[in-house]
Design a protein around this ligand. Sequence first.
Ligand SMILES: Cc1cc2nc3c(=O)[nH]c(=O)nc-3n(C[C@H](O)[C@H](O)[C@H](O)COP(=O)(O)O)c2cc1C
Length: 195
Amino acid sequence: MRSDGVVFASPVYSFQVSGHMKAFLDRLGFAFHRPRFHGKAWTSIVVEGLYGGRDVGKYLDFVGGALGFSVARGSRIVCRKNPDTAQEPMLDKERRKMDEVLARHSRRFHDQLKSPRFPEPTMLQLFGFRMARTSIKLELADDRPDHAYYSDHGWFDSDYFYPTKLGLLKRAAGAAFDRMAARSSKPREHHRAER
Ligand SMILES: Cc1cc2nc3c(=O)[nH]c(=O)nc-3n(C[C@H](O)[C@H](O)[C@H](O)COP(=O)(O)O)c2cc1C
């Protein structure tokens, strides 16, 4: 919480992040419902032997966005080891490539750290926020943690997670997303009747 930016790094194990990283992300799972890292930068590094790193990198960067971070696209390092000993040092060619990839990546992350902390949301981000906040407002009782969190942050009345100036198109789209979410929500009375 005290950092301006974070780097999440993991080897690729069985086409996924490592078990340790997954356990850590699961521990943070509540923050997908109650995001808290807006205004902070995220990036990721995955290290693969052969295959799967691209998807794992996409997964990690998606996780960063879902937690509220501004994401600087991560990088993928290839490190082929001797399959028998798993102890060969990296090949020179791989090391050179890694240095290049990480030099470009450092610049991306630096640019992200220097860019405005609270940019205008993309249409997709706006959609996600409005759908979530409207369904939480209509579906959950006031004392449920997600409802209380959104209410405490003023998110039932705000344009987005943080103060931002929306253009005309996004204002209209935001209102339409709220209406869409209201139509597809099950009102609280419905839940009570089901119990
Ligand atoms: C249990 C295990 C599963 C792995 N699965 C994959 C995989 O699915 N795809 C891949 O490209 N490399 C895979 N690897 C190779 C590692 O991603 C690669 O060797 C990496 O450099 C390991 O980092 P580490 O030395 O920090 O564990 C696997 C390695 C281990 C030990």
